[in-house]
Design a protein around this ligand. Structure first.
Ligand code: X2X
Length: 333
């Protein structure tokens, strides 16, 4: 029974109340919170990973998933995973950058042109650089980043065909300094809101537009409150799977190996799910009434250069990180 001391008393008590016949609680009972609906591939693959971990650790490690902002918005969950209130969280790069600024580097506007560039950077030196920075904040970042996707712009007003169409547009962006800076540079009027507020703020017209990858627009049913989707591909965004540093260190090495393998493998499968969804989702969204257009990137890039966006963020991220990004995508600024 010595091992039970690692488990919070409340979770033992509630576990036993729920399953009075089962006398043994898991030795490590961990909570994982995220911001996405259960139908998103991130939740489907994470549940598979949790099942595999329970099986391969013979019940010693149990991960309970709290999807869809059940534990609060991203800002709350980031605080909880730091304090140990939850043990796992998958913040987008944009969101964890409020704590680890360099983590937003993959989200520099129009940096990546395709997934081969994305994964060579994030599975390579740039990803390692960001993971090390996350580690300094007493969070452990698993090796494989999970995919969110290339972010696209939706609006209830009009299609975005060039940078001019963003002028003054009230657009929701995540709680992310880089997103605010980018959309201000593009001439829009961005507002940071937690993802949990997006649907209702579009519905009540607090904002007219938002930007997210197509699979999210689909699973969060944003097509119900938006008319136009412009495939701007302006940011590539991914999720860092992070663990509270102390909770991670509590796991004996053999359990760490099992947990890391299950989570990293699930991440690779989740990337493949998103790749396939990207191909099928457009037809589905059109059938649901979204009008799709495909703007060229030139006017947006030109406007960002003019506004000093690249020069400013090169300075903020520093030459080392910027150089690693440019190794994958070519010269940016
Ligand atoms: O909040 C968003 O827009 C989302 C779901 O893409 C992130 O997690 C950044």
């Amino acid at each position: 029974l010595r091992s039970l001391s690692a488990v919070p008393a409340a979770s033992i008590a509630s576990g036993m109340a729920a399953f009075p016949g089962i006398a043994r609680a898991a030795e490590f009972s961990y909570k994982y919170g995220n911001n996405l609906p259960v139908t998103h591939p991130l939740n489907i693959r994470a549940q598979e990973a949790a099942d595999r971990i329970l099986r391969e650790t013979k019940g010693r490690v149990e991960i309970k998933i709290f999807p869809n902002n059940q534990l609060g918005g991203d800002t709350d969950m980031l605080a909880q995973v730091r304090s140990g209130g939850i043990e796992f969280f998958t913040p987008s790069a944009l969101v964890i950058a409020t704590l680890v600024p360099v983590a937003a580097i993959n989200a520099i506007g129009f940096a990546f042109s395709d997934y081969s560039q994305v994964w060579s950077a994030m599975d390579g030196k740039l990803g390692a650089h960001v993971r090390a920075a996350i580690g300094k904040m007493r969070l452990y970042a698993f090796d494989r980043m999970w995919d969110n996707g290339f972010r696209q712009t939706t609006s209830s007003k009009a299609p975005v065909a060039s940078a001019r169409d963003l002028d003054g547009l009230k657009i929701r962006v995540p709680v992310s300094p880089l997103s605010i800076s980018m959309f201000k540079g593009l001439g829009a009027a961005p507002a940071s809101l937690q993802f949990s507020e997006v649907y209702s703020s579009l519905q009540t017209k607090i904002v007219d537009a938002q930007e997210n990858p197509l699979p999210i627009i689909q699973v969060a049913k944003l097509y119900e409150v938006q008319k136009f989707a412009s495939l701007t591909n302006h940011i590539w965004d991914g999720y860092w799977f992070v663990a509270n540093g102390r909770a991670w260190d509590r796991l004996p090495p053999d359990l760490k190996t099992i947990v890391a393998a299950a989570i990293n493998d699930a991440g690779l499968q989740q990337r493949e799910d998103i790749r396939k969804l990207n191909e099928s989702v457009i037809t589905d969204l059109q059938a649901k009434g979204l009008q799709i257009n495909r703007p060229a990137a030139d006017s947006f890039r030109a406007k960002l250069r003019e506004s000093g966006f690249y020069a400013e963020w090169k300075g903020r991220f520093g030459n080392e990180a910027w150089g690693l990004l440019e190794q994958s995508v070519g010269k940016l600024a």
